[in-house]
Write a protein that binds this ligand. Structure first.
Ligand SMILES: *Cc1c(COP(=O)(O)O)cnc(C)c1O
Length: 435
């Protein structure tokens, strides 16, 4: 066990004189001592806000409340508040009240795609279950900002049974994502019960947890928690680091515990103006992640949720970052850059273009160095006609009891066994004229 840093000691003293290391490292103590108002913040950071600044901030926190763990607060560089990535992710800004024209309260239509309360079913084979609406730290860039602080509306036992029933009767669901809020706000006992229930469902092959705890409250990753989680493999965990300074010694110890528990770890970052919109910062972040056995999974374009305008970057910034990673560093250190489609279309990957041109038998590509190359395609490839009748096929694909689903979307245009030649939007005027 490492001791506290000097700054942690200072913060601990300011919160409660005489705080001991064992308290500081107790996640429940951290939650009880979370900073929920501007005055406490001022005191800990040694700043005094001007009266009009204060009024603006108070108005902001009435709409979007504040909560920050002492641990996360201790990472703030008090010498350079304005530019500090931790400060910007945790401390409110009056800019949050400046809604932009395209801002939406629920841009991802999570509530429309919800067959039962707390569950979003968007993709064919996986569902998102909001098991907790609490977080240890309220990220200022939260996509579910509309819900932050609604603590009185916790999921009831009847509702969780309803969600479990939905998963039980929906045989296509093979992957369940626990999200929130932060699922690790739940007790070890409750998680044990819930994971047990999910894993007992025959068609559920994997469960994933999405949690920011390793970054904002690493002391939550106790030995007991890990011993509970590892009872329920295959369990995956995605965490949320946005900046290399978040990978402190304590955070790395939490990641080590999880990885040693055999839990595959991924990271989902959000591209945030003034926090990590820089190729060098992102490269340093992904390197630190893989050194701690965390695979960078997604880099999200900031959503169109209300109050996030000041965090948004152009898409070009994300593409520039991916351009600076692919080829320049290990392939497994490169996340997929995605835009979560407004209206509920799901995540759409965006990439720099590597395909430059194409003829009937050649493809022209470029690499990360700018080398332009050609790939000669086979002249004699015999296309296998597929009518999805595996009995007659000579490829060895005999999936026992495989269920067949019809092709949807672009795949429908590519397959041989479907006659569709075009996808046309429902309200196409030209088609309407034909009728
Ligand atoms: C992100 C998300 C998922 C999981 O998507 P993956 O690409 O499989 O990680 C599932 N459901 C919803 C509603 C999501 O937003």
């Amino acid at each position: 066990m490492t001791s506290m840093t000097e700054r942690q000691k200072e913060v601990a003293e300011l919160i409660k004189p005489g705080t001991e290391l064992s308290h500081w490292r107790d996640w429940k103590w951290q939650l009880r001592q979370s900073i929920k108002d501007i005055s406490t913040f001022e005191r800990l950071l040694g700043v005094k806000l001007k009266k009009d600044q204060r009024t603006m901030l108070e108005k902001t926190t009435e709409r979007f409340p504040i909560s920050i763990t002492p641990y996360y607060a201790s990472l703030i560089d008090i010498e350079d508040l304005e530019n500090d990535p931790i400060f910007k992710q945790a401390f409110p800004s009056p800019l949050e009240l400046q809604y932009e024209r395209n801002d939406m309260s629920d841009p991802l239509h999570e509530e429309k795609d919800s067959p039962v309360p707390w569950l979003t079913h968007r993709y064919p084979d996986r569902v998102l279950l909001h098991v907790s609406n609490l977080c240890s730290m309220y990220c200022r860039h939260c996509t579910r900002k509309r819900k932050v602080g609604d603590s009185d509306k916790a999921i009831s036992s009847r509702e969780i049974e309803q969600a479990l029933d939905y998963i039980r009767k929906t045989h296509r669901v093979r992957d369940v994502l626990l999200s929130g809020g932060d699922p690790l706000m739940l007790s070890d006992e409750y998680l044990d019960w819930l994971l047990g229930k999910l894993m007992a469902i025959e068609h559920v092959e994997v469960v994933r947890i999405g949690s920011r705890m390793p970054a904002v409250l690493p002391y939550r990753i106790t030995e007991n928690l890990v011993s509970v989680l590892k009872k329920h493999h295959p369990l995956w965990l995605n965490t949320h680091f946005n900046h290399p300074v978040e990978l402190t010694r304590s955070a790395c110890q939490a990641l080590e515990r999880l990885a040693d528990g055999g839990i595959p770890l991924g990271n989902q970052s959000v591209l945030l103006a003034g926090v990590n919109d820089c190729p060098r910062i992102m490269k340093s972040l992904v390197h630190k992640l893989v050194a701690n056995r965390v695979r960078p999974y997604y880099l999200y374009q900031c959503d169109l949720s209300e109050g996030l305008g000041h965090f948004r970057t152009p898409i070009g910034k994300g593409i520039e970052i991916i351009e600076s990673l692919i080829g320049h560093t290990s392939g497994f250190a490169v996340p997929t850059y995605v835009i979560d489609a407004p209206g509920g279309g799901g995540k759409i990957p965006v990439m720099p273009n590597y395909l430059i041109s194409w003829s009937t038998n050649k493809v022209i590509l470029r690499n990360y160095e700018g080398v332009i190359t050609s790939y000669k395609e086979p002249d004699s490839y015999e296309a296998v006609f597929c009518d999805r009748n595996c009995e007659k096929c000579n490829l060895q694909l005999r999936l026992e009891g495989a269920e067949e689903y019809k092709a949807i979307g672009i795949e429908k245009l590519l397959v041989d066994y479907d006659e569709t030649i075009a996808l046309t939007p429902e309200d196409n005027e030209r088609i309407e004229r034909r009728n």
